[in-house]
Design a protein around this ligand. Structure first.
Ligand SMILES: *[C@@H]1O[C@H](CO)[C@@H](O)[C@H](O)[C@H]1NC(C)=O
Ligand SMILES: *[C@@H]1O[C@H](CO)[C@@H](O)[C@H](O)[C@H]1NC(C)=O
Length: 301
């Protein structure tokens, strides 16, 4: 069978999210957060992932998050709705969903990876067991290469806006990608100005509850795409980034001060075997069904 290909930027407009009923004592539910320009239910991306998981784990309750009332709003919000507001909406939805009250696993695609990590840190109830970040950018991005297909216009606009002033208050409040923009040449500006990433990465101070909550995870799985040409730098998918002050040389999570000072508890988690670093041999979000079944499903069972 041909590998499953995720058209993450494709615009899916027709499928409605279904919510199968979870049986008592059945498998742990799964919450999915889609990536930029995608939606909860695109049949070529999240829709097919949901179906695949439902086939492989009979009886599982899968909630693919829809931010907004319609699919079109969901896609638009992935560019323009302040992440902190999205988090408020999602946390409220999760806390009210009767099917999730005994816990759930989380799986985020691309920017959905860092957003679900924020859910773990900020909203401990109901509890997440395993977090699976598929191409998430945990140290942000510094560049916006390759913006394909139908999103070209939006991406040009975003690039111009980021260059004009990613850390200005207005841009921060209205452009999602600015909220995880990480300028290694201006770490101070990032630290002070980023309303999302600098906050959840403890850049302005240490919120002990972020650290405590993240450590309740059993596993934090990070998938990096080894031929990723869309995320700059791709090391961010394993929580690495550019070494401060320049934008060529990268350092790993283990070499970063976030880790050595253990501001977020990642060092402790690493020592306890809770961090899992997986590589997928393709471009951003490109993987086969076989790869998914073999590498990801074991964390969902
Ligand atoms: C820590 O984070 C929680 C959850 O977002 C927030 O309610 C609290 O005010 C934060 N504490 C500090 C000291 O900023
Ligand atoms: C820090 O950010 C605040 C809010 O955006 C801004 O008012 C202030 O001037 C910034 N300070 C520095 C040193 O950049």
């Amino acid at each position: 069978m041909e590998g499953l290909r995720l058209g993450v930027f494709a615009l899916g407009m027709m499928v409605v999210c279904g919510t199968p009923v979870q049986e008592r004592g059945g498998p742990l539910p799964l919450v999915i957060w889609h990536g930029m320009g995608d939606s909860c239910c695109n049949p070529f991306s999240m829709g097919s992932i949901k179906k695949l998981v439902e086939q492989q784990i009979p009886g599982i309750y899968v909630l693919s998050l829809k931010i907004g009332n319609t699919i079109a709003q969901d896609m638009e919000n992935s560019f323009f709705l302040n992440v902190n507001k999205q988090l408020d909406l999602v946390c409220e939805q999760l806390s009210k969903d009767p099917q999730l009250q005994n816990g759930y696993n989380g799986m985020g695609f691309s920017q959905g990876g860092q957003f679900l990590r924020a859910v773990v840190q900020k909203c401990p109830s109901p509890p997440m067991k395993n977090l699976i970040s598929i191409g998430g950018q945990h140290q942000g991005v510094y560049g916006f290469p390759q913006c394909p297909g139908e999103s070209t216009y939006i991406c040009d606009l975003i690039r111009k806006t980021l260059n004009a002033g990613a850390y200005t208050k207005f841009v921060q409040e209205h452009l999602v990608q600015a909220e995880y923009w990480h300028d290694p040449l201006n770490e101070d500006l990032y630290r002070n100005g980023s309303i999302f990433l600098a906050d959840i990465n403890q850049e302005r101070g240490i919120n002990e509850s972020y650290k405590r909550n993240l450590q309740t995870l059993e596993k934090f799985v990070m998938v990096k795409f080894l031929k990723d040409t869309m995320v700059d730098p791709a090391d961010s998918e394993w929580f690495g980034f550019y070494k401060p002050g320049q934008s060529k040389e990268t350092i790993t999570l283990q070499e970063s001060s976030l880790y050595t000072e253990d501001r977020l508890g990642l060092k402790e988690m690493d020592k306890a075997g809770k961090l899992v670093f997986l590589g997928a041999d393709g471009n951003h979000l490109q993987f086969s069904e076989e790869w998914f079944n073999e590498n990801i499903l074991p964390f969902l069972r």
